[in-house]
Write a protein that binds this ligand. Structure first.
Ligand SMILES: Nc1ncnc2c1ncn2[C@@H]1O[C@H](COP(=O)(O)OP(=O)(O)OP(=O)(O)O)[C@@H](O)[C@H]1O
Length: 532
């Protein structure tokens, strides 16, 4: 008998691990069970016994229904998903949230089985289904475009799958009625689907999915085609439906408000990687990096310097905060939610003073932009209005100052020294100031400060070309990610205003290129998909 325990970092972090026991004869297996440590069973996700080639899941301890383990998906050379790990509990409402093109739909399609993972494993109920065809998976998918059969009425659209399974007509009738009741469309059985509104068609699509009683319902932006009012109504209905049905929902959206409203758990993705997994409150209150902070809700994001434990400077002032363990004089990102900033008449209590530049009524609160005397801009939300032009004081409490580690403090590329004054990186040979003490032909590390990357309107004016993405306003400048037309991103600090998707030329002056020997410490590089 052979005992194999395997665990991986991510799974282990969630205190679940898997044990596989190989080549157990039924006799030794029954003798063996009583001796397995109870503490082990407490932690084990499931225990599998392998009899020759047959794998038997003996026990599934945790309530994990879907496991995505180290999953990557490539289309050609392009990694659309990069080492994704996710564990979904039975009955959970999980939302995959991220900007367009970050890989949300691809992840859903891998779970549904419409596409196959290039690497990694997907399990449902502890069973490896990575290669299982879609129709053999206990999941059903609702798409953004309702994908109803136009020639069938509502009843027949919903009954379609059940008829294929050759269920008795009476059972089908009962199930269709039940599904229609669930989506609030009891009287619509005989209607042509073309005569229904977008919201009603989506309800029929959901009814058609739930009538099969799947263990997991996958929903790919199901409300995206609806107008705002209908979307809000349907969100509430979906939430109720989820509670009534008690099945697991995996929901894809790029709408952060929808994700915060609906979910038990939000998975925030960017560029094929998971950035953060947490409850809506966790994600909103404790974003793990500036990408998540910017993507979820409104934020003021500023460059800061952690002076020491519980003391951070930003916007030209020192502030007391609650964070510790960043070290001394460490560059950080500081996030302040607009509703956490107090605004009042200038007084001694003010930490910052400035002038209101705009004031807009937002229905319940006022949203004001304040330019501080040190030249930083803050968004502030308050129930009281301070009109444009008024002098104000601002204050933020230590607990409301969110300090987060910077992913990087400058652009870092791997390159090759061509000669003393030329270095090759990002597929281009750049002129640099004289490099001494490194042999031409050696591998080198190249560093460029964010503010030293110049973007040009005309692509042909740059050494390189690329596309502007992820624009982050940092109070007194913009931090941009530019997808170069090579394999890596380049990060830029600029005062110029660029739009998402702008094509640009990229220039770097020779004196701003730092060439060093590759450091022993692995610094984060500008590989595609890393958070800002
Ligand atoms: N079959 C395919 N072949 C090549 N590239 C693909 C294919 N399917 C998706 N992609 C690419 O993979 C990336 C992720 O696509 P995906 O549809 O998963 O993103 P998404 O986050 O769901 O975006 P959206 O919100 O716009 O639907 C995109 O760049 C897309 O162009």
């Amino acid at each position: 008998m052979q005992l194999i325990f395997f665990k991986d970092n991510n799974v282990f972090r969630n205190k679940i691990f898997r044990c596989i026991i190989y080549d157990v004869s039924p006799l030794s297996y029954s003798r063996f069970i009583p001796y397995l440590c109870p503490a082990f069973f407490e932690k084990a996700e499931f225990v599998q016994f392998v009899f020759g080639l047959n794998l038997i899941t003996l026990m599934q301890k945790s309530d994990c229904i879907i496991g995505v383990e180290h999953v990557s998906k490539f289309f050609g050379d392009k990694a659309v998903l990069n080492d994704v790990n996710l564990s979904v509990r039975k009955g959970e409402f999980v939302t995959i949230l991220g900007p367009s093109g970050c890989g949300k739909t691809t992840l859903l399609r891998l779970i549904a089985g419409f596409q196959t993972a290039s690497e990694g494993i997907i399990t449902i109920g502890g069973r490896d289904i990575t290669q299982t065809p879609p129709h053999q998976r206990p999941v059903n998918t609702v798409f953004q475009k309702y994908a109803l059969f136009p020639h069938l009425n509502v009843y027949n659209n919903i009954a379609f799958g059940l008829k294929l399974k050759k269920m008795p007509e009476a059972t089908i009738g009962k199930k269709v009625k039940q599904a229609l009741r669930m989506v609030g469309m009891t009287d619509y059985e005989d209607r042509d689907v073309d005569s229904l509104s977008g919201g009603q068609q989506q309800r029929v699509a959901i009814a058609r999915a739930i009538v099969n009683e799947p263990e997991v319902l996958l929903l790919d932006e199901p409300l995206a085609a609806l107008d705002l009012k209908m979307r809000r109504d349907m969100q509430m209905e979906l939430k109720e439906m989820h509670q009534k049905l008690g099945i697991t929902f995996i929901y894809v959206t790029h709408d952060q408000e929808e994700a915060l409203t609906l979910s038990d758990t939000i998975v925030v993705m960017s560029e094929g990687r998971i950035q953060q997994i947490g409850t809506p409150t966790d994600i909103y209150n404790e974003p793990i990096n500036s990408f998540v902070a910017d993507f979820i809700g409104e934020s003021n994001i500023l460059n800061g310097l952690m002076l020491q434990d519980k003391s951070v400077s930003f916007a030209g002032h020192e502030f007391e905060c609650v964070d510790k363990g960043f070290g001394v004089n460490t560059p950080v990102d500081v996030v302040l939610r607009p509703e956490d900033i107090y605004i009042f008449e200038p007084s001694a209590a003010a930490q910052l003073t400035g002038t209101v530049t705009s004031c807009i009524f937002k229905g319940v609160h006022y949203e004001m932009m304040v330019q501080t005397n040190e030249g930083y801009e803050f968004m502030v939300q308050d129930y009281h209005s301070f009109e444009a032009g008024r002098e104000v004081g601002l204050l933020v409490k230590p607990f409301d100052i969110h300090v987060m580690k910077k992913e990087r403090t400058c652009n870092t590329f791997s390159g090759r020294l061509i000669d003393e004054q030329h270095v090759e990186f990002l597929g281009y040979t750049f002129e640099c100031t004289e490099v001494q003490g490194i042999e031409p032909g050696s591998d080198v590390q190249v560093e460029i400060d964010f503010q030293n990357v110049i973007l040009e309107d005309n692509e042909e004016d740059g050494h390189l070309t690329g596309e502007v993405k992820f624009i982050l306003y940092k109070g007194n400048h913009y931090h941009l990610t530019v997808f170069t037309d090579w394999d890596e991103d380049i990060f830029v600090d600029t005062n110029d205003v660029w739009d998402d998707g702008d094509r640009v030329g990229i220039t770097i002056a020779p004196q701003n290129i730092r060439v060093t020997k590759p450091s022993a410490i692995v610094e984060p590089t500008n590989k595609k998909g890393s958070a800002q």
